[in-house]
Design a binder for this molecule. Structure first.
Ligand SMILES: Nc1ncnc2c1ncn2[C@@H]1O[C@H](COP(=O)(O)OP(=O)(O)O)[C@@H](O)[C@H]1O
Ligand SMILES: [Mg+2]
Length: 336
């Protein structure tokens, strides 16, 4: 099979670490596909350069690792939309989940309208700090991911601190979300298609005193920082069966509702002291590196990294076949 791996070519602002993270994963996936005997082409995507589009139409499958264009995450869904329009088979989520999950206030609105448990939230507006908003509250950019904009000052315990934090965030981001802070354990549940992987927990036992137990930017991106050392992923999570079942049920509903169970993703949740799970977010196409969360969950499920990559390939091919069968049926009907 001919496979094209699509990825963001990046920008001049990218650090060597940013480049290494993207290229490293592209090479890992290429190695898996080659080991399985596939012919692999690497296709970087750049703004205003559509050469990749003519190339993808000549392959059997696009392995889409493009998380944006020139470092701008807001273009990620446009790449997926273009693949859908081109009618090629591609891995990962479709356009709609990619679009809605990038705007946390939109995603939260849809999740709560479907009856899923979401912590109270509102979109912040300049000079209109929510007077009665429950405290503590966390302030986060609505249209970012990877913990951008989240540090120890993100959690506010007083109205004054909340007002200040909202003002600071609005200077940097167009849309800012204020959300009720859920004090409790944090879990992730991964999916490939409709298949659920074992529940993972992020343990915060080693967080330095005075630091909120949250996955901050430093925890995610500054190796060796106290926040990084203090956040330890454990998979499978050590939880009673009943809690694992409740987490799995909420995560599955969120995943099916937002992504239709197509592609691969990860649902982030917190559980309050009464054992009630809350959905923090649904992540379509999370980091697929062999040292990231989804691969860890895959290993707990009994999959090697190669297995995970190939399960993602199989899911994409099955989906594309059922869509082509449906399209053939429709064109047959309209021709008759
Ligand atoms: N409502 C909340 N209550 C408690 N912690 C939260 C809440 N929202 C976010 N966090 C913390 O911030 C981290 C990042 O938030 P998240 O909504 O998952 O955004 P991102 O897209 O940046 O991963 C979470 O992993 C969690 O530790
Ligand atoms: Mg998250």
């Amino acid at each position: 099979m001919k496979v094209a791996i699509l990825f963001d070519a990046g920008s001049d602002e990218w650090s060597p670490q940013d480049v290494a993270a993207v290229v490293g994963n592209v090479h890992e996936v290429r190695a898996v596909l080659r080991r399985r005997g596939h012919e692999v082409e690497l296709l970087p995507v750049r703004l205003g350069d559509f050469r990749w589009l003519s190339r993808v139409r000549r392959v059997d499958l696009v392995f889409n690792l493009c998380e944006g264009i020139n470092g701008h995450a807001r273009y990620e869904d446009l790449v997926v939309g273009t693949l859908e329009l081109a009618g090629v088979a591609f891995t990962g989520c479709r356009t709609w989940p990619t679009t809605i999950c990038h705007r946390k206030h939109v995603a939260n609105t849809l999740l709560s309208a479907a009856g899923l448990p979401v912590p109270a939230f509102m979109l912040a507006q300049a000079n209109k700090t929510p007077a009665e908003f429950p405290l503590p509250a966390i302030v986060k950019p609505s249209a970012e991911d990877a913990s951008v904009g989240i540090d120890n000052g993100a959690v506010c315990t007083s109205k004054r601190a909340l007002k200040k934090r909202v003002a600071l965030m609005l200077e940097q981001f167009d849309e800012v979300l204020v959300q009720e802070y859920v004090a409790g354990r944090e879990f992730n549940v991964g999916f490939v298609g409709k298949r659920m992987l074992p529940v993972a927990e992020i343990r915060f036992d080693g967080m330095p005193d005075g630091t909120w137990p949250i996955v901050s930017y430093a925890a995610k991106w500054i190796p060796g920082s106290p926040e990084d050392e203090g956040t330890v992923p454990i998979c499978p999570a050590e939880v009673p069966d009943e809690l694992a079942a409740r987490l799995g049920e909420v995560a599955r509903q969120a995943w099916l509702h937002m992504a239709g169970g197509e592609g691969y993703g990860r649902v982030d949740l917190r559980v309050n002291e009464d054992g009630q799970p809350y959905v923090l977010e649904v992540n379509p196409c999370p980091d697929l590196s062999s040292n990231a969360g989804l691969a860890r969950m895959g290993r707990a499920f009994g999959w090697t990294y190669d297995d995970l990559v190939m399960q993602i390939v199989d899911e994409a091919l099955m989906r594309s076949q059922s869509h082509s069968a449906a399209a053939a049926l429709v064109s047959g009907v309209s021709a008759a």
